[in-house]
Design a protein around this ligand. Structure first.
Ligand SMILES: Cc1ncc(COP(=O)(O)O)c(C=O)c1O
Length: 386
């Protein structure tokens, strides 16, 4: 039972959750019935009617508006991309960075964010890393600022230990010092409420295959449209304010779209966009705050059970510092992963143990099944952050 929403009803929408103990939403979401039906209706339309592209594009604009609403932005500030990596690369290359400029990042942050900025080395841009600690906020960056600092980029929630960093304080620091701020919300979106304006980022990037419930291959990029001077590195017709009606490209009239559409390239992943619309309706129906609270409650239960079993939690324990849904337990992955698989329990190996990650459909019974399986095998030596 959850005080927040009818979890049993939601769970029925995710049939995979009945077939296995699925504790791996931080890797990939299982698909829900509404998402499957959205894909099926796309296939039907393509199959039976050779694709009503204009209808699909109208729907795409509706989904864009839903993404915008989810993060407190306007539709014109949302570009569709392929995934987080593409979003972060578009952002990194649009920032006005040149030789001698420094970008601050967190040591050990997700490589798909970090490489986008390390790749700017070609332009003479340096990346400097601050240490990864349980708390990362504006104060952690202060000792590392100097006259070359131009931008900060970081994850909101870490994939490898479930930290939930104080992006809003870092955003305020960036605004005060006139730095650009780029945030990867891949592990937060759909589970942690996100307000783009409160975060104060120039760009926010994410994929949609975890908390936004669709398969891999679709992402988005939020662009704070007050930074009108930021331009895309690549250009396609869709990025223009006035695409030529005769489809003949000319050098004149290359003004950029006033929207985040300037960062989009070519045709879209239309089936996934349509599925995302259905997923966002589901998320909105439950409410991100409720999903967050439900996951926090399950996380509290997991932490209690780990404490009773004498098994360490890697990463922060306090709700104020942790993500609602990502918990790494201090059991060595190489010892335990096959065992969990053999017991029909889906979890992920992580740097420091086994990652348990929750979704809206999980219940205390899933946590208890995991802990019962651990108890059956027994923990031979005191657990530690491996
Ligand atoms: C923080 C973070 N960023 C990015 C990604 C993935 O990047 P992409 O969407 O490009 O596959 C993940 C995990 O898949 C992640 O945990």
């Amino acid at each position: 039972m959850s005080p927040y929403f009818d979890v049993a009803a939601i769970r029925r929408e995710f049939p995979a959750a009945a077939r296995m103990v699925y504790l791996d939403s931080g890797f990939q979401t299982p698909l829900s019935r509404p998402v499957k039906e959205a894909f099926e209706s796309f296939l039907h339309e393509g199959y039976e009617a050779a694709g009503p592209k204009s209808v699909w594009l109208e729907r795409l604009e509706m989904v864009r508006a839903k993404v915008a609403q989810l993060i407190g932005a306007s539709p014109g500030e949302i570009a569709f991309t392929k995934n987080t990596s593409e979003s972060m690369n578009i952002a990194a290359n649009a920032l006005p960075l040149g030789a001698g400029d420094t970008v601050l990042m967190i040591d050990g942050d997700h490589p798909n964010n970090v490489y986008a900025f390390l790749n700017l080395k070609r332009k003479g841009v340096r990346v400097r890393f601050i240490p990864m600690t349980d708390v990362v906020d504006a104060n952690c960056f202060l000792p590392h600022l100097d006259s070359s600092t131009r931008a900060i980029s970081m994850s909101h929630v870490t994939f490898h230990a479930g930290h939930r960093f104080d992006v809003e304080s870092v955003g305020r620091l960036c605004a005060e010092r006139k730095f650009h701020f780029v945030v990867d919300v891949m592990q937060a979106i759909g589970v942690v409420p996100i307000d783009a304006k409160k975060i104060g980022a120039t760009f926010i990037g994410s994929g949609t295959h975890k908390g936004l419930l669709v398969p891999q291959g679709l992402g988005f990029l939020y662009w704070n449209k007050s930074f009108k001077e930021l331009q895309p590195t690549y250009l396609a017709t869709a990025g223009l304010a006035r695409p030529p009606a005769d489809f003949i490209a000319r050098e004149d009239n290359m003004a950029l779209a006033p929207t985040a559409g300037r960062f989009e390239l070519g045709n879209f992943n239309l089936p996934a966009v349509q599925a995302l619309g259905a997923a966002l309706d589901l998320v909105e129906r439950i409410g991100v705050e409720n999903i967050q609270n439900h996951c926090f409650d399950l996380g509290d239960h997991l932490i209690d059970r780990l404490d009773q079993a004498g098994i360490a939690l890697v990463g922060p324990r306090e709700r104020a510092r942790r993500s609602p849904h990502i918990y790494v337990i201090g059991l060595p992955a190489h010892d335990w992963l096959d065992y969990f698989a053999a017991n029909n329990i889906r979890v992920s190996p992580e740097r420091d143990g086994i990652r348990v990650s929750l979704g809206m459909f999980n219940t205390r019974a899933d946590i208890d099944a995991l802990m019962t399986a651990i108890g059956r095998r027994g923990v031979s030596r005191p657990s530690r952050a491996a």
